[in-house]
Every structure is written in C-alpha cells, then in structure tokens.
Ligand binder design. Sequence first.
Ligand code: DSN
Length: 435
Amino acid sequence: MKDTEYVNLLNKIVEITQKHNRWRRFECINLIASENVMSPLAEAAYFTDMMHRYAEGKPRKRYYQGNIYTDEIELLAMDLMSKLLDVEYIEPRPISGTIANAVVFRNLAGPGDKALIAPVQAGAHVSHTKFGTLGALGIQQVELPFDQESWNIDVDKGVKLIREIRPKFITLGASVYLFPHPTKEISDAAHEVGAKVVHDVAHVLGLIAGKVWPNPIHEGADVATSSTHKTFPGPQGGIIFTNDRAMYKAVSKTVFPWFVSNHHLHRLPALAVTAVEMMEFGREYAEQVVRNARAFAEALVEEGFKVPTEGLGFTKSHAFVVDVRPQGGGAKVAKLLEDANIILNKNLLPWDPPEAVKDPSGIRIGTQEMTRFGMRENDFRELAKLMREVIIDGKDPTEVRKKVIEFRKNFVEVKYGYKVPKELEESLIKVPMLL
Ligand code: DSN
C-alpha cells in the first residue's frame, strides 16, 4: 500500500470509532438491558499493560512468568467479589457469561444427557439452549413450563417434570428476567433426583450485589454463572460462584485448559474497582434502577403502550418488555427508536414461536445504564413521552432525535462510582477515549 493509503485507512478507523463513541456515549439514550458503563476509575484501571499479557492457570500456579502483580490483583478481585456476594468461591476467569455457562454445563453433563431450561421465548439466554452452547455440547434441552400469568416458571409442573425427566442439571435465570425464579422449590426437587441447579444471574448480578434481588446460592442453587457488565457495571467478562468446594475445584479445572487459555487480565483491576464501588454505592444504585424500571413501565402504559406485566407491578428488576404488536412489531419499533437515538432491542415474548426471533412481538428495556448516568423516575417519564411521539404519534424520528440529543445532555456523568482521584491523574497513561 502507498503511504497515503495507510493514512486514509487510519483516518477512517479513527473516524468510525469517534462516531461510535460520540453517538452511544453522548447522543443516545441506551436502554439495552444487558449493557452498562464502568466508572471513570474502573475505566482507568481497565486500560493497563495487563491487556497485553498472558497468565494461563491459577494465581501462583501459572504457566508463564511475569505474573507477580496479576496474581495479586486476581486474588484481590476474587476476595472482593466473594465478600460482595457473600459466597465462598469465585472463579473470575471465564471471559464471558456464555463461557461461564459452557464451563459449568460441561462439568455437569455430556453429550446425550438432558438439561431442563426456561423456554427461550420466556427469556432464556441463547447459551442455555439447543441453538447455543447447550446444543454445541450435545446436551439435550427440555423446557420447563412457563406460566404467563405469573410471568415465571410454573413450580408445580416444573417439579413434576424434574421427577419425570431426572435431568443432569436445571438452568434458571434469563435474559428477560423480571421476577426471581423459584430457586428454592426447583433446587429441592432437583436435589431429590440428584440433579444440580445452575442459576445464570448475568442480568441481575448488580441487583444481587445491591441486595435487592435474592442470591440464588443462598436459596439452594449449586452454582451461579454471570457476566460482569450488565446491572453489575464492571468490565465485559464472566464469573462463576458457589459455596460448594468440589464444584469450584471441578469448574476451575474446566475453565483452563478447556474453555479459556488467557483470561484477558486487564478485566481484573476494573472488576476489583467495581466490586469496591458496589460495596459502597450498590444498594442505592440497585434500588434506583428498580424504581426507575417500574416508573418507566407505568409511564409507557400512560402514554398508550402495552406492558404485559402491568398486573404484576411491572417488574422487580431493571428490565421489562413492551408488547408492540399494535405498533407494527418489535423489529419496526426498535428501528424507528434507533432512528430517534433511543437504543433498545426487539425481543421474543412468551407467546412467540422461536422462529419469530427476527420480528418478535416485543421490545426489551433496561434502566440500569441511564440510572448510572443519573436519570430518575421523572426523567424516565419524559423519555416515555419521546417514545410515544415516535411510535404512537408517528412523528418523524429524525425530528425527535434532536430532542433526544438535548435530553441526553443532562445525563453525561457516571454516578454510583469513583472518579479518578486528583493525585492519581498524573499516573494515568494519557490515552483518553477518542471523542
Ligand atoms: N444476549 C445478551 C442480552 O442482551 O441479554 C446477554 O448475553
């Protein structure tokens, strides 16, 4: 390539990155239920030399030299997460929630074995299903019965099915997780037939840390899997936790060498900072997230939208769904809102067949990220009006976008976390986010 071509390519790369950063960070309202932002201090702790290093194995038992400090930080992150979640054992090396699931599923079952899962239309994560990790491992899925009235697993039918199928394990938790799954009842039945219970808490980890959502390990689940970047506002990554020593040991041997070689070490200081922040601000943040979700859902109903869980108090988490069939379906509505800089995703609702995934009945909304940027109940009421303008009043989304950009200017600073202290500013590697 000629010199000018390199320059043009580099300019293009920088320009695309800048456009993304400005758009998503300063001009959009982000309502994707699985995303969040780290605090300034956690972001600073993420951008370190550790991103270039390898550390296969466990702390102090590595296959590489050069890990004196990464060992220390990994042990500290484990200790902080164990205190925060009030559990004995933390395995922080899975690089995503899906990898955490793969590790645990593979430990508990093999090809041809059966697992019970919440149905995908009722919000199970794709990794729980035959379409994803479970299928890749050759484990057969059998769906737990879902009760649309209570928007939850049908306990009686579920217990009956566990006794009948005698699965190797049962997966609870979901990506549309509005009401806590019945961990105790399912765990009691599972243990009767020698099955284990895996609870995937990716969506609600921050709510568990903030003590507004039950910790499944305290309710009888054998092991929990999670990502660390949804309601828990840490770096993108995965985690496994349990009080069962044998489970922890088996899981640790499976993480490496089966599913992870290097575990992206720069996550660890940022994870540790976020754990400390959640110890200090977790409860206040989690309570506000849930209050915001309920107020937002209620406001959307007042503006003319249909929230199927209205009769159940809308939600107990950060998330809820809207049935947008009257407005043309999830795909159309999500795109129109994107044109207005309101970012969320289309979502299957319990009555949709899995094939409807490209144009499902619903949209999914999460309040955690905008809560971090300081939005409160009245701000979400304002936002509900903007959504009505686009979707119900049929206003031009590019016109509403101008109002959204103005609205967003009020919410730019990350709350419930630490800034970089003045005395540390000098020590930062000066590579700011490209804006
Ligand atoms: N697919 C993600 C979600 O949006 O819930 C979880 O990994």
